[in-house]
Design a protein around this ligand. Structure first.
Ligand code: GDP
Ligand code: MN
Length: 381
């Protein structure tokens, strides 16, 4: 779950991490009103779930109201790497002496957290990472012990920051760690972390990814779920509470369980097709859920054939089969459907489907047979 910069900064502020005063604006007039309130110069910043906004022209300094109006109208509506800007953050401009980089993220292979700090931050940090990796001081943080004060001090020393930035950076890193841990974050990145001309260290940018599985611990994360970037298919699926990810292919996929849904996408690929989506309908494959899933897939204009792949576990085969039959009575589907039904009470389930089978609704004995059939249908159409 990715946050906009301004949402990340507001989260930082709750942990006392210094940020610049600012306000969000959806229109040019709101942007000007915000800037008038903050005082010039301001920075007009595109709020999109993608980095590299500065290089794309999505971050602009405005010395006065005229420039603010110009920049806000140029940036609002701008396309940055496929993300349309619908919102700008207006922030009091900072006088930057130095730009550093700081982050915490998950090192999954080490099963530890990874902290990175560099004196060479800013928009070229990717180049620094490839051409001069030693310029990035790294630490591993044990999730049980947390970041100790000594460890943090050594880390800051190793990064070779300007002496006047060390105390402020040490303070921010300790707060950032507490924020990262308490928020159940997968990533918190400050680039640039700046030293101002009057010697203050401050977070000028915020890139935050939160663990979507932790929402139950953080009721306020609903606000972030609502602003996740989604295409129209994903938006519809989100509205129906389905676990859906849009892909580029022509075979619509419905499966029960995330693992089976991923395998289904793989097997479609394996036999020369391409999945149009990942869709996990979970355990309760009843008529409502199945109808909702079929509607979302049916609205995808790229779908040419649909693969329903169900392995009955706790959910019995006949319940799934009844769900499919009832869903098909409610939703008129444009594409042919191939079903593979296995697991608990699969025989009973197949018997229920039998009288409904046709060229448009086929039942195949195995996952591989079904994948071959559905890919052939998708290609024939
Ligand atoms: P990103 O390109 O998406 O990472 O956006 P950032 O928020 O990091 O901004 C990109 C660059 O714009 C920064 O590295 C700064 O050099 C510059 N910038 C952003 N805010 C200010 C500011 O308040 N004052 C000045 N002088 N430059 C800024
Ligand atoms: Mn940045």
């Amino acid at each position: 779950m990715d946050l906009f910069e301004y949402q990340g900064k507001q989260l930082f502020a709750r942990y006392d991490i210094p940020i610049s005063p600012g306000a969000a604006a959806y229109t040019v007039d709101e942007a000007v009103a915000a800037a008038d309130g903050i005082g010039y110069p301001v920075v007009v910043k595109a709020q999109v779930h993608v980095g590299g906004r500065g290089k794309a022209g999505g971050v602009k300094l405005a010395a006065d109201v005229t420039e603010c109006r110009t920049h806000a109208s140029n940036i609002l509506g701008m396309d940055i790497k496929g993300h349309r800007v619908g919102l700008v953050w207006i922030e009091q401009a900072s006088d930057i002496a130095r730009e550093y980089y700081a982050s915490f993220t998950l090192d999954r292979s080490a099963k530890l957290h990874l902290g990175m700090l560099s004196a060479q931050g800013g928009v070229e940090i990717e180049d620094v990472a490839t051409t001069n990796p030693d310029a990035i001081a790294r630490i591993q943080v044990d999730p049980v012990d947390g970041l100790t004060a000594t460890q943090c001090e050594e880390w800051v020393s190793a990064a070779g920051l300007d002496p006047e930035a060390r105390a402020g950076t040490l303070d921010i890193l300790q707060k950032l760690w507490r924020c990262y841990e308490a928020a159940d974050a997968d990533l918190m990145e400050i680039n640039p972390l700046i030293l101002t001309t009057d010697g203050v260290v401050r977070a000028l940018d915020a890139k935050v990814t939160l663990d979507a599985n932790s929402v139950f611990r953080h009721p306020d994360y609903e606000q972030y779920e609502e602003t996740q970037p989604r295409d129209s298919r994903e938006q519809e699926a989100f509205g129906k509470g389905l676990q859906y990810v849009g892909l580029e292919g022509s075979v619509g996929v419905i499966a029960n369980g995330a693992g089976l849904a991923m395998s289904t996408v793989d097997v479609v690929n394996e036999v020369g097709g391409k999945a149009a989506n990942f869709l996990d309908i979970g355990g309760g494959a009843n008529a409502d859920v199945m109808a909702g899933a079929l509607e979302v897939i049916n609205h995808d204009p790229d779908v040419q054939a649909i693969f329903i792949n169900i392995f009955g576990g706790i959910t019995k085969g006949e319940e799934v089969a009844n769900g499919i039959v009832q869903a098909l009575e409610r939703v008129a589907i444009d594409s042919p459907i191939v079903i593979r039904l296995d697991g608990t009470n699969a025989e009973e389930g197949r018997a229920i489907l039998q009288p409904h089978l046709s060229d448009r609704l086929r039942l195949e004995p195995t996952m591989l047979d079904a994948a071959r059939a559905v890919v052939a249908l998708a290609k024939a159409k």
